[in-house]
Design a protein. Structure first.
Length: 247
């Protein structure tokens, strides 16, 4: 990959970090100078598997990915969805063995950054280390919200909450606006993430459409009634800890 291409790809990481923290010009340039190899992966391809010992971190540049684990009889639990700008295996810098699998949901372009270079970056620039630490804390906050959803919310509340969450995350990195965004996940993906059957997901989506809350067509979600969707899902965006959103 050319130097210009590397800089272009790593701007997604800068954009993500600046949605939750403040970076200086020097810190931005240090991130853009990281060595990275770009790969294009097909949908359903694993990036790092349960039990692997990765030597590099994966930055999502385009497409969606998820963290998941497969139980007996092929039962899958999705723990999180990841969009451009995310480094979903950042914990592999310190937890050397993967305890889950990271895989693509759609065709995706990723940048692979060696651990040694990431460690050197965070040692030289404590502000960047703090931004990564903040990112992992926000990740934990999202896990807590998902736990509340699966444990205490209805199917309606779980799906509505996820739709609100993904809109704000995508908006923060400049990939959504006007309460509209690309939603490339299937009803099976939704069910595996939220602990619901495919039939339950389908019925809930029909109900949301019928009440005029959303339009979902050709992988494009339009939130027609944002305030009502927030209300029915008890969505409070505080846990995302967004400092600013991309123009």
């Amino acid at each position: 990959m050319s130097s210009a291409s590397e800089i272009h790809s790593l701007t997604m990481l800068v954009r993500k970090l600046e949605s939750i923290a403040t970076l200086s010009d020097e810190e931005r340039q240090a991130i853009l100078s990281l060595p990275a190899k770009t790969r294009v992966l097909q949908a359903g391809q694993d990036i790092a598997r349960d039990g692997d010992k990765p030597s590099q971190c994966c930055l999502i540049l385009d497409g969606w990915a998820c963290r998941y684990k497969v139980l007996d009889k092929g039962r899958r639990q999705i723990f999180s969805f990841h969009i451009p700008g995310d480094v979903p295996d950042l914990q592999s810098l310190h937890l050397h063995t993967m305890d889950h699998t990271l895989g693509t949901i759609t065709q995706a372009t990723v940048a692979l950054i060696p651990h040694d270079d990431m460690r050197e970056l965070t040692t030289r620039y404590p502000g960047i280390a703090a931004a990564f630490w903040r990112d992992t804390l926000v990740d934990a906050a999202i896990f807590r919200e998902w736990m509340i959803g699966i444990g205490r919310k209805t199917a309606y509340g779980r799906i509505a909450h996820l739709f609100c969450e993904m809109y704000l995350k995508l908006q923060a990195v400049g990939l959504a606006r006007g309460y509209r965004y690309t939603l490339p996940i299937t009803q099976i993906d939704l069910g595996d993430a939220l602990g619901l059957s495919n039939v339950h997901v389908n019925r809930t989506l029909q109900d949301m459409r019928g009440k005029g809350l959303i339009t979902l067509r050709n992988n494009t979600l339009v939130i027609e009634a944002w305030n009502e969707l927030m209300r029915v899902s008890e969505f409070d965006p505080t846990y995302l800890h967004l400092e600013k959103r991309a123009a």
